[in-house]
Design a protein around this ligand. Sequence first.
Ligand code: SF4
Length: 361
Amino acid sequence: MAVAAETLRALVRGSVHDLCVPGHEPALSPPGRPAEGKAAPCRRLFKLLLQGSCRFDCAYCTLRNSRRDLSLTPEEAAGLFLGMQARGEADGFFLSSGVGEDTDRVMHDLVETGEILRRRGYTGYLHLKILPGAARADIADAARVADRISINLEVPSAGRMSEVAQVKDYRSDLLTRLSWIREARPFGHTSQMVLGAAGETDREVYRRIAWLYGRMQVSRVYYVPFRPLAGTPMESYPPAPVWRAWRWYQLDTLVRTYRLGPADLETLFDGGGMLTNRDPKEVLAEQHGPVDLLTAHRTDLLRVPGIGPRTAEKLVAARIRGGIRDLRDCAACGVNLRRAGPHLALGGRSPAQRPLSDFVR
Ligand code: SF4
């Protein structure tokens, strides 16, 4: 049976606030730079809610406390996606849902949709949302059928959750489920933080995401600046600045890819525990002063803008071979001299004091 257009529109619209794959973070990259992360696993991701009602009461969400009869069966959702795929309109599927009255039933339906797709020969990208309060067995089933699974923490702590939601239990509904997700799909699951909804500081967010990447083996965290939505209790609250999410994607790279820890990163936060609107790596480089290319440890090299993990490794390897004699050798290792130059020293001399022509081949 065809799905009513109005139902479909509402269920597609309800899914847009959930980020789920690299490259699908709309307008969240600093101007002139691509979003951080690997290429998206699909070009046209179809995002959909299976159910458009929710028994939870997150104050920023339009689905909160809703009892609307707005849902698809697993057959309908799978058929809808397969039709789009056959017409070339989608090559990846992200399926989420409001929690509804019966978490287990909705979770079963999410998994069942994935199983129908696989039975019908779909081998492409499939991302299933894990609902707060989901059963351990359902999480294991979702991990088996999907390429990615995720649960959204949205806020960094139980205390912050109590600012925006009274029904959801941060420890039981989210953190316990997260540990089951890690067990079922280590490094194959993601999460999302809403920035600015609960009055949280960036330092609080940092401590939570360091734990997510370290202990919970999360593969990726996405960041969404809070937007007041009409019809919610927070509709008159000020939106979070978009730059806050840009800076979080930059800081996230330092945690996730560069593996910098609290000793390196805690100095990024101001007296109120917030990030400033500057590239965190530029801030770190200024705080620490010039790094000597001939003697610096790999971690110190990583703090220099224009030097990433691969370049730092090449520099260290070239140094061992005696291959770093001047800035041209650095450029050959991949150092972006325009960005890195002001933060580098070479054998005790600051290249920043030399003419720009020295930095560019
Ligand atoms: S649990 Fe999710 S869908 Fe339900 S109210 Fe909270 S944010 Fe909205």
